[in-house]
Design a protein around this ligand. Sequence first.
Ligand code: DGJ
Length: 729
Amino acid sequence: MAITVEHGVFHVETANTLYQMKADHFGVLNHLWYGAKTDNVMDYLLDYPDVGFSGNIYEAENLRTYSLDTLPLEYAVGGVGDFRVPAVSVTHENGSCALDLRYQEYHILKGKYQIPGLPAVYAGEEEAETLEIVLKDTATDVKVILKYGVLEKEDIITRSVVVQNRGKTPVILNRVHSLCMDFPYGDWEWIHFHGRHTKERQVERVPLIHGIQESGSNRGMSSHQQNPAVILCERGTSEKKGFCIGAALMYSGGFQMQIERDQLDQVRLVMGIHPDTFSWKLEEGESFYAPEVILSCAENGFGELSHRFHQVIRNNVCRGKYKLSKRPVLINNWEATYFDFNDTKIEEIAKQAAKLGIDMMVLDDGWFGKRDSDISGLGDWFVNEEKLQGGLGRLVERINRLGMKFGIWMEPEMVSEDSELYRNHPGWAIRIPGRNPMRGRYQLALDMANPEVIAYLYEVISNILRENNIEYVKWDINRNMCDWYTPTLPKDRQLELPHRYILGLYELLEKLTGEFPDVLFEGCCGGGGRFDAGMLYYCPQIWCSDDTDAYERTIIQYGTSFFYPVSTVGAHVSAVPNHQTGRVSAIGTRGTVAMAGSFGYELDLNMLSEEEKQEVFRQVETYRKNQDLIYNGLYYRLCDPMEDNMSIWEFAARDGEQVLVQGVVYRAEPNALRRRIRLAGLAKEAKYQVAGEENVYTGAALMAGGILLPEIKGDDAAVQIHLKRVSTL
Ligand code: DGJ
């Protein structure tokens, strides 16, 4: 049993972790512990100081030491005396905003709860358990149900929240965070993943200040600028040592993550839908479901934490035929042609790709409507016959005849003003009556809260997939959202649109991925602007960044790897000079970096020299040979690219039989020792041999002493070392 309740204390245990909370004698649910197993009730750590200006609940009478403002709380409420950041905030019919939640009851259920309309971690009946704790407001009939999904073996706990209005009058929800966690003790730092278009998920690690620190997005999407994932770690935590907690929000819309260090040096972490772009009217009898947070903690550093997230995302978040199976190596025409192509040109690229062993041709933007540049055509999902003579079906057949699969790009959520769709349905675009809308990449967003829009998109997309042998869809979106207004909602509910947009998107993706389970959906958002666990529920891979420069990618992929497994990371070899940075890196380096992902190419293969083509051929072969190890092995970050002048990573087979070390050394240095790198995840007592060499080393030596990298000549030099176990000592 992962969940047990004794004397009012809730114990949630996984293989290596313990989560505890307790309803105290006032019915307030205290958070007691999240961390290593202790075999102890951790309430002895609760303290009740008499802190000036921290008030007391009325029932405490003259007890000045009982304050909601100083206690570690499981789900913090606003307006009744806890002055730290709240997890939930509501407005009642009379305009008041207080909510005082007290424990009512609990339920333990077999299996993992699911959330209506939202993606959630899934698991078999025997693999998971659910704990529900029901809290009720002292003065109204508002209830909050805290949900905990426990995947014991995986060391994963999920959290989600349901707010129910059991009263007679409506309640406005201003904020409903999915996660709230208090840490009374510890010396903490936090890590978040910030960036911009073409520079996503840059790692920033900072100490906690007194006050509130925040990462979030109010852009209608999880965003390039901040990723909805955070790590809280003890000072000094490294890849291999130290305690850390990770939380990833399974949601693709705007989000907020706040960390507050309070007057007593206690820390509170809250995470959920961004309240600035959220409001929800809950009528009598209605429930609101907040998205899920995936939680884990590790005592042995970031590497262990990442492994737990990789495992759960790969096995319990991603779905469909390609969830665990090998992905096709693809060639995408975007950086090869941009909008300037026709069927002959695409076939020429595909012919060369087929010769080099590539599996799939992906036709990117520009194949539909009037789409010769990004100024027009979005929404008109019918073929542009000037470019593709004979239609889409004919091109698909020609590509299939080469022995290749065919994939296609779409940007379903968007519309160009210069399109038939917009001319016929101007009211389907999001804009505020009487105001000019913001345009992003010249385009407007469709109102995904409008059921007619969802029905239309389902119809056109499913027809394209039914009528053609399309085995892959790149689902793109290329602007941020604002101008929130929809004619489908009354004026007091307009701020429901951002969340309803995401619900509409998920509904559409659920229908399409359900009907076409064999199609590989790759998420994309101008690269990696919507790279989150929510999208990964529908798309087992996401285009990681529009920056295809090998050096830049090592840093972007490094940041991405803290939460997301390599199989989810779309990565391509592109042309040089690189289109984003102008940098020229060797084709071997570009290949090595792209192999740490779902591998592909994005250049005109016909422009390559014979030597380069042979290299492509070899790369495809190497990738195929190692794909199982890359996808299913344990991924280790062996150094910090921001500090070490190189980025080196490793895939270790779970049975310790082999490891693949890859990476890039950035700047060559004269008169220097060869670089040494310590490996990880080997069997200490086993012996390993480097492919193509005679020397044999023990796993213990390779992990403690490391291995010397080959002599480096030139900048951005690729490293690729394969070691196999040869015998046991
Ligand atoms: C943004 C994507 O990230 C690119 O890969 C490409 O598909 C373009 N959109 C096409 O408009």
